[in-house]
Unconditional design. Structure first.
Length: 175
């Protein structure tokens, strides 16, 4: 299922045409903001159409925007901000972050342990030896697909397993 289908986007009549000028301007403004923050894979026009449809159905602009963010973040394959991990409710997530620091693993079954950081927060990362993942370095930006979310003392952490994939955007290569 594509993100567009997941969010309820369709090819029916354009709901933006039914909005007054002021509401349409606000929809455009919010769509640009959402495209930059969380919904970049959909595109501004698709986000505008979906927001307009939600507002047209009776949702307030604020509720329509919040619903849109929640729907996109819940979609499989969507990049999840580290600060939002506690709200995602999925075992497997995709993230993009910078490796802030690495430290000595406390167990021989761990390949690497460190802290990931993005603009929304920091999260511990454990790379298990059996996962056969590439080594990461401090300061690198990594995009991780299918990181396992786990919980320790009320905090979310991530683990790389054999299912996970690591991409280094600066290298432009999947490992």
């Amino acid at each position: 299922m594509t993100q567009a289908k997941h969010c309820g986007l369709s090819s029916e009549a354009d709901p933006r045409e039914q909005l007054d000028v002021e509401t349409r301007r606000e929809v455009e403004k919010q769509a640009i903001r959402l495209d930059g923050k969380c919904c970049g894979g959909l595109g501004v026009e698709a986000i505008e159409r979906e927001l307009a449809a939600r507002v047209q159905s009776g949702r307030s602009m604020q509720d329509a925007v919040l619903d849109m963010v929640e729907d996109v973040q819940a979609a499989p394959g969507a990049i999840v901000a580290l600060g939002e991990l506690v709200q995602v409710g999925r075992k497997w997530v995709d993230v993009e972050a910078t490796v802030e620091t690495l430290w000595e693993p406390s167990s021989p079954s761990m390949q690497q342990v460190g802290l990931l950081e993005d603009e929304t927060g920091k999260t511990k990362l454990t790379v298990w030896k059996r996962s056969k993942q590439p080594l990461i370095a401090e300061g690198q930006t990594v995009r991780i697909r299918d990181a396992a979310v786990s919980w320790y003392q009320g905090r979310a952490s991530l683990a790389l397993t054999g299912r996970s994939m690591v991409h280094f955007p600066e290298r432009a290569a999947w490992w």
